[in-house]
Write a protein that binds this ligand. Sequence first.
Ligand code: PEP
Ligand code: MG
Length: 743
Amino acid sequence: MLLKRLRDTMARAGSVEDTLGEVVRLVANEMVAEVCSIYLLRAGEVLELFATQGLNPSAVHRTRLRVGEGLVGDIAAHGRPLALDDAQAHPQFAYRPETGEEIYHSLAGVPIVRAGRVLGVLVVQNRTRRQYDEEEIETLQTIAMVLAELIAAGHIVSPNEMQQVDGLGLLPLRIDGVQLTPGVAIGHAVLHEPRIVISRVVAEDIALEQQRFEEALHGVRADVDRMLEAHDMQSGEQREILETFRMFVDDRGWMERVREAVSSGLTAEAGVQRAFDEVRIRLGQSTDPYIRERLSDLQDLCNRLLLRLTGRVAADPASMPDDMIVVARDMGPAELLDYDRTRLRGVVLEEGSALSHVAIVARALDIPVVGRAPDVLSRVEAGDPIVVDGDNAQVLVRPAEDVLQTVHAAIDARVERRRKYAMLRDLPSATRDQARISLHMNAGLLIDMQHLDDTGADGIGLYRTEIPFMVRSEFPDVDAQAWLYGRVLDLADGRPVTFRTLDVGGDKVLPYVGAFGDDNPAMGWRAIRIGLDRPAMLRRQLRALIQAANGRPLSVMFPMIAEVAELLSARRLLDLELDRARRRGQALPEQLRVGVMFEVPALAWQLDSLLPHVDFLSVGTNDLLQFLYAADRGNSRLAGRYDSLSPALLRLLHFVVEKVRPAGVDLAVCGEMAGRPVEALALLAVGVRSLSMSPGSIGPVKAMIRSLDLGEATGFMAAALTQPDRPMRETLRLFAADHAIEI
Ligand code: PEP
Ligand code: MG
């Protein structure tokens, strides 16, 4: 009944302030309390009295308590209810003369919580020493939930001003993660898969809501059973996780909480949210990994139920801030590119690794990314001010003013460093002992091409053709592809461009094809494997490339070649397209270079038969490392586990260099490793002379090259590689420090 009246009141009243006034009157009346007040959280961790029935009306907007101060502050700080028959005897009691509250002895208060964040406090007070019972506290909690929606929807306190609780405290928050992309950015949070916000809180028809909840639960249960069946043949972790999850779905205690909430008059979705918020507030501060794991299971379950109950609504891009920091659990490169680039400043991921494609795309966009930031999605609210500090692998949420100033200084220093690197632009890329090193750039979008000029790169060592495919809603036809590749060549203005044919599959999903359902996508049906099984698709791309070159030199590279036969088949398709162009009287490339990515280790033992058929080899260390160590490049738990500066990889590369050099075949490295100065040093020391990297890395790598004596480095490396196996990173750092090499 109270909820119904509350809803009617909310529907009747005018401004949000008026509504709050009506609400406190109604609640005081219904709860037989002399006082009912609403305090809301404002900037600076202050709780301000916004509406009251019973206290002195002139105290509204005047009475302010710091979080943690007084009983109201205590409720907000801990995010938990208080019920006291003798409030004044409580050590936390703080007397505020302007309110005239000295005559009230008992107090009950609950936090107003939305999506796990405290927005304010709802309080009732009585003159007598009243003992509030559990049911009354629950009623207050339900009212607080309705209020939370009203407050959020009414923007009573601007979201930018609002401070939120993280765990116990209301302090600005620092979250440590790992650097996926360097750089520093300041902006406002956009939650990638925004938490499902419920708009209907009060039930129109309780029986119907109960039924909706049971149906949703049944649906989720069936989904999980289906997943379990699908994984029936698999043992181990995945099944275990699903089974634990399934047990959760059947957890009586939690379900009963939801059912009770729904019986008290909440909608099914509000009941789910309410029960979840309770658990989160209770367990949210726990650092016990088991509990955190359970909490994320519960979050997952809650989301599944809410999805069924509400249906997700896509965010409106126009409502996004101009300085977006996208916060996500994990995301694919296409998802990142869905955001308006002119407004995208940085990314924070709960998962992710430096080799994942989202990180590579972010690097191309030159935006900082911090990954493996624990629980960031539940600790950040949309609209929160955030600093993404890729350089120091940390995220600052709701930073204080002095912190912001320091960050601005760091951004200025970065600009200054860039200016220094820009000065290297026209200086030769050569070592102190005059070895010339070619520096190329990796690209995948037309906008990347502008960096050719500002970095002074020799050309494009890797053009990832799949990126434009991933951002479209349908497969581009030959003309569209030809136009695009033609533009790339125009913009390169005579500098060489190596086009890699479509490398989809793995973590690169085409929106119009979907995931292929491989258990191990990186090792599944991807790249050239798809190209050879669907030759029409690959032929269309090769046709477009020939058309785009229109007589200019053309360089084509096939990805993920694991056997010589695959290259030969791919080459045959290229020859067919050349014949076709010839027959039609089209201009043929003045020079044609064909090469392969070296990213599958098996190729190392086929070099003798492979080399006669290629003009160049480009080492994709991202994939090579993942296959060499059997370590998923996108798995955040494995990130950093196997160092790219391991003797195994360096010996393998040295072996390849020695094979390739006498064959007169060009060799380059185009994985992310090439763009990091210490790694680049190691690559040069094992004999590589051509590197291709993200534009932002060219300056730092060139600075390293110009300070390096390659003869010395080669000797040092040869000796180091004969040592018993141990990580080489520290050794190389010391070598660089001793020899004044800029890393
Ligand atoms: C690589 O694997 O190192 C590479 C350059 O290709 P991609 O990152 O696109 O898989
Ligand atoms: Mg690769």
